[in-house]
Design a protein around this ligand. Structure first.
Ligand code: PLP
Length: 463
């Protein structure tokens, strides 16, 4: 299995190189040369496999340059940190099936990918004798999942910038109470945008980047998408034994999670996965794209589902590549044009294809609150605001009764207690792992929002 760039200007590389490269060096995103097809018999043989074993089966189709025994050890270890025996359990409420993706260490679905990515990084660095200093900026959630992905790992240090006093207390504690020697939390005196700009500027200093072997864990790493493909197949296997397609509703920001669903659908026999509902909050670029063929930048608005407050969907280019008939030259041209004009248009045929691939729905703040409230009143089950956006999309766009609809639950409600309280009049129950968060020792460095200050800190503490 070799990987190519959506922009066509790199020689094909194996999986392990694709993981270490992250963003393709020509500015594109990495994709497998072909998506492996799983036939009905193979799929049937996977039914009933425990999650880590299914993860091994799926990932090994794409990662054939890691010896099988090693990969099995990596998948086992990555999901041993989850607190639920099924890893991603499926619970039925009314006509919907909620796929709980929040049983990892930081209680959000990003753990599914980042627990795996951290282990793969460590494994590959051990083999190569290399090291990596991960640098990133977070507005809250991704930072903790990345930190938990690599805490205590050999050959890796991680530096995560967050805006001082501008993330929620729980989010801050989730990051700063990780006191492993390889973890550095930097609270910058500035905003999230300042943090992102600093990180970008440091990555653009190629000398500095090479000297310190800087790495990233952002959502465009192929290994993250790949790890997410697994739970679509897991859910489809649990529900799809009656010859019916299974539909999915996906709360979407960067297009990573739903793209994993798109890959899963292409892998499996036709009709295994049916409709993919793309659910957004008021940051509705992707809904406009699906419903009107209008991919044009808006301005980011803050919502109660902050992990989806995104305008430029960093994984979109992967789907664009398929939409444009796997033509890298056309993809490159389209992305260059988008960089200049901030928009892309699509003709009738393309729009028809897009609406075959996805259905889309925007859910605003009041509707999100109402969805949490209704669902709680009907089923006694508490949704987090991201999941509620997906549930509302699912309820609106569900097909005829009898087609199972899976809603991805991307965060534990306790992470977004204020919004949940508005909806149901009380705080969500705290999971055990949050109970003593405030009394745990914490470590964090407050620092000016200046490139040179951050650079100096990284240089002083890098591996
Ligand atoms: C990141 C995130 C999302 C959006 O996922 P994408 O892959 O960016 O589309 C949704 N919900 C939660 C809780 C998240 O953390």
């Amino acid at each position: 299995m070799r990987y190519i760039s959506t922009r066509g200007a790199i020689a094909p590389i194996p999986f392990t190189e694709a993981v270490m490269m992250g963003l393709a060096t020509d500015g594109g995103l990495l994709l497998p040369e072909t998506i492996p097809a799983i036939d009905a018999q193979t799929l049937a043989g996977w039914r009933g496999l425990p999650y880590p074993d299914l993860a091994f089966e799926v990932i090994s189709r794409f990662a054939d340059d890691i010896p099988a025994a090693d990969l099995r050890e990596l998948t086992n270890r990555s999901y041993a940190t989850f607190t639920h025996p099924e890893i991603t359990p499926l619970v039925a409420h009314g006509d919907l099936h909620i796929l709980e993706l929040f049983h990892g260490p930081t209680l959000a679905f990003k753990d599914v990918a980042l627990q795996f990515l951290g282990n793969v990084f460590e494994y590959l660095l051990k083999k190569s004798g290399g090291k990596m200093n991960i640098l990133g900026a977070t507005s809250g959630d991704t930072g903790s999942a990345a930190i938990y992905g690599v805490r205590g790992k050999e050959r890796i240090n991680i530096f995560i910038l967050h805006p001082h006093k501008r993330v929620s207390p729980i989010q801050e504690l989730q990051m700063t109470t990780v006191t492993d020697a390889n973890v550095f939390n930097l609270a910058i005196r500035g905003t999230f945008d300042d943090g992102q700009a600093i990180v970008k500027s440091i990555f653009n200093d190629i000398d500095f980047k090479n000297t310190h072997q800087l790495g990233a864990v952002n959502s465009i790493n192929w290994a993250r998408i790949l790890a997410q493909v697994v739970y679509y197949i897991y859910a489809a296997l649990k529900l799809g034994d009656k010859g019916k397609a299974v539909d999915f509703s996906v709360p979407t920001g960067n297009f990573g999670d739903i793209f994993a669903g798109y890959v899963a659908r292409r892998m499996l026999p036709q009709g295994t996965i049916g409709r993919l509902v793309l659910a957004t909050n008021e940051n509705n670029l992707l809904t406009r794209f699906v419903n009107n063929g209008d991919y044009s930048l808006g301005t980011v608005v803050q919502t109660i589902s902050p992990s989806m407050d995104i305008q430029v969907a960093s994984n979109f280019e992967r789907y664009l590549y398929y939409l444009l008939g796997e033509n890298a030259a056309d993809t490159r041209e389209a992305m260059q044009s988008f960089a200049k004009t901030g928009k892309l248009g699509f003709d009738e045929d393309q729009q028809r294809q897009i609406r075959t691939d996805f259905a889309a729905k925007t859910t605003g703040e009041e509707e999100t609150i109402a969805t949490i409230r209704d669902f709680y009143q009907r089923h006694g089950y508490v949704l987090d605001p991201h999941t509620a956006v997906g549930v509302n999309g699912a309820l609106t766009l569900a097909r005829q009764p009898g087609t199972p609809m899976v809603c991805l639950a991307t965060a534990h409600p306790a992470k977004f207690g204020a919004a949940v309280n508005r909806a149901i009049g009380r705080d969500p129950d705290m999971p055990a792992s949050f109970a003593d968060l405030e009394t745990r020792p914490a470590r964090c460095q407050v620092i000016d929002a200046e490139v040179d200050a951050v650079k100096k800190f990284v240089a002083d503490n890098a591996l």
